[in-house]
Design a binder for this molecule. Structure first.
Ligand code: PLP
Length: 445
């Protein structure tokens, strides 16, 4: 099968053709099975072709596929919002449904800005984020992210965003420095940044509760988010928790930030919201932000054609139902502990494994040249891409990433298996990496 007209991620080769999925397996057109150890990019939280999700989508398609949100709401959108709000951190009262993570981040930024305009603080315009972060690929979201490689060639097009240090204990916590002292040092940096930008000029601090696509499941030291929240509160700045990757149960609680004992003002969610069955994302907003807009202009000045798409909402509602019905949050906590133990047993002593980390079923492995010095590999080797290629050649999907953070290049591998999946593999698994198969993946990632 030739794919000359699809512009693939790699312009040099065509990836395998996925034709079927079942449970934790994806099958290509040659009949080869791939174990989906990363849910694509931490998306497929219920595995593939879950019958309950498919049935819900079919029912919605039979009733109504789409109605524009400037004319109608739908019952599925209303029910999904009710479900998400009922389980959200205190004060979160509304969900704004978009089509993915980048759109959610864009909408959250605009909501933050409009909120301050509505309450008479239009001078608040600065956004502060962290260097070790990914918040999406549209220009606004790309500007917020700190990944130097992704930003580099687009830098002239990006809005100005201030970047502070990430909370990255493996590399940045100093010898003899306690977690408390480290968190305090980072809180001081944030405070100084707000002060330097000017009192009353910062609108939002954006952070991933567990960092995903730049560094493989990096959790913050205990107390870090509480300190950051306090600094935001002192300066009247909104805290936006980007849970596009780590949210919706992946870390063992529906929202990862719950485990930090902190209430954000806005939360962005996407991947696990619809589990890949449909493209959907959302901004979860605090009541006071929505009320400010309600009582002010009465209109959130934003919108896309596919807001609150009915089939996407139906798929997402079904995914959320299954997560609750099957008690998957408890299961993630239990299975996560098992996964960590097994990774540590299998890889903990490997000379090139520097760190194994994460929470729940969201685990990262950092690869290093030297464990003692934590020396990274030469970026020219693109080790993370090689790991992906070799894993695919063996019928395993893992999500690799490499990026420059504070001038350091690192190689990481992310595991994000389904929270639960149904069904068994029905096709053959070819464990012998075939030459043809390898060649197909060569320049990937
Ligand atoms: N925010 C975070 C934390 C992400 O991990 C991602 C994607 O990986 C995004 C935003 C962008 O989401 P999308 O790729 O759905 O636009």
């Amino acid at each position: 099968m030739s794919h000359t007209h699809v512009l693939h991620r790699s312009l040099r080769q065509t990836p395998p053709v996925a034709v079927r999925g079942q449970g934790v397996w994806v099958y290509d057109s040659t009949g080869r099975a791939y174990l989906d150890g990363s849910g694509g990019a931490a998306v497929s939280c219920l595995g593939h072709n879950h019958p309950d999700i498919q049935a819900a989508m079919h029912a919605q398609i039979d009733a109504l596929s789409y109605a524009h949100t400037s004319f109608f709401t739908t019952e599925v959108a209303e029910r999904l919002a009710d479900r998400l709000v009922a389980d959200a951190p205190a004060g979160i009262s509304h969900a704004y449904f978009v089509s993915g993570g980048s759109e959610a981040v864009e909408a959250a930024l605009k909501m933050a800005r409009q909120y301050f305009v509505e309450i008479g603080q239009p001078e608040r315009r600065h956004i502060v984020a962290r260097r070790q972060s990914y918040h999406g690929n549209t220009l606004g979201a790309l500007a917020v992210g700190g990944n130097a490689w992704r930003r580099a060639q687009f830098a002239p097009l990006l809005i100005e965003v201030e970047h502070v240090s990430p909370c990255y204990a493996y590399r940045d916590q100093r010898d003899g420095e306690s977690a408390e002292q480290y968190g305090e040092r980072l809180a001081q940096e944030l405070e100084q940044t707000f002060e330097r930008l000017g009192p009353g000029t910062v609108m939002a601090f954006v952070a991933e509760p567990v960092v995903g696509a730049t560094a493989g499941a990096v959790t913050a030291v205990p107390g870090y988010f509480r300190r950051m929240r306090e600094v935001c509160d002192r300066h009247g700045v909104l805290l936006i928790a980007d849970e596009v990757m780590c949210g919706m149960g992946r870390t063992g609680t529906l929202y990862a930030i719950e485990q930090e004992g902190v209430t954000p003002d806005l939360i962005t969610i996407a991947k696990g919201l619809g589990g890949g069955y449909q493209p959907i994302g959302a901004v979860m907003a605090q009541r006071r932000i929505v009320e400010a807009m309600q009582q002010g202009s009465g209109f959130f000045q934003h919108g896309h054609t596919y807001l609150g798409h009915a089939v996407a909402c139906a798929a997402s509602l079904a995914v959320q139902d299954v997560i609750r019905r099957d008690g998957l949050l408890a299961r993630v906590r239990e299975q996560g502990a098992g996964l960590r133990e097994r990774l540590e047993r299998a890889l903990g002593g490997h000379p090139q494994v520097g760190d194994i980390r994460g929470r729940g079923l969201f685990m990262g492995i950092e690869l290093v040249q030297d464990r003692a010095t934590r020396q990274t590999f030469d970026p020219a080797l693109s080790l993370h891409a090689r790991v992906k290629r070799e894993a695919m050649a063996r019928g395993l999907m893992v999500y690799p990433m490499g990026g420059t953070i504070d001038g350091r290049q690192g190689d990481h591998v992310l595991l994000a298996p389904p929270l639960h999946h149904h069904g068994r593999r029905t096709g053959p698994i070819d464990r012998t990496p075939g030459r043809r198969h390898r060649r197909r993946h060569r320049a990937d990632a």
